[in-house]
Design a protein around this ligand. Structure first.
Ligand code: AMP
Ligand code: ZN
Length: 117
């Protein structure tokens, strides 16, 4: 059920502390940790601790929690001294989503191209 921990969800396990991660920020409702396969000098994932499949499901079911994720992404960007950065929510396998627990990618520390690939 949306919001409940899911078995076999990697990010639920990270949120519960059962899988190690390089955590840079944690609140009552969110965790931010470094991506294991960084696509930019700074690549941090911000997740809600509760399980939602993607950003839209998160925002529909728990709008304050979606706002918490965005706030944390901005605050981590400031802590990392990023003046410019990109926040990405891949949604669906065709868009590159591989972990079906909502997460914001915070990317920065290099120039960014538009449109993205
Ligand atoms: P996405 O492809 O949008 O679903 O993003 C999933 C991200 O999770 C990818 O950028 C992966 O590199 C990252 N990832 C996978 N496993 C781990 C892990 N154990 N710790 C940190 N990041 C991970
Ligand atoms: Zn999960």
């Amino acid at each position: 059920m949306a919001g409940e921990p899911q078995e076999d969800c990697l990010f639920c396990k990270i949120a519960e502390g059962h899988v190690p991660a390089t955590v840079v920020r944690e609140t009552d409702t969110t965790v931010a940790f470094r991506d294991i396969n960084p696509q930019a000098p700074i690549h941090i994932l911000v997740i809600p601790k509760a399980h939602y499949r993607n950003a839209a499901e998160l925002a529909a079911a728990a709008p304050q929690l979606a706002a918490d994720v965005l706030r944390d992404a901005g605050e981590v960007a400031a802590e990392e001294k990023l003046e410019s950065y990109r926040i990405v929510f891949n949604t669906g396998a065709g868009a590159g989503q591989t972990v079906f627990h909502a997460h914001a990618h915070l990317l920065g520390g290099r120039g960014m191209q538009w449109p993205p690939g």
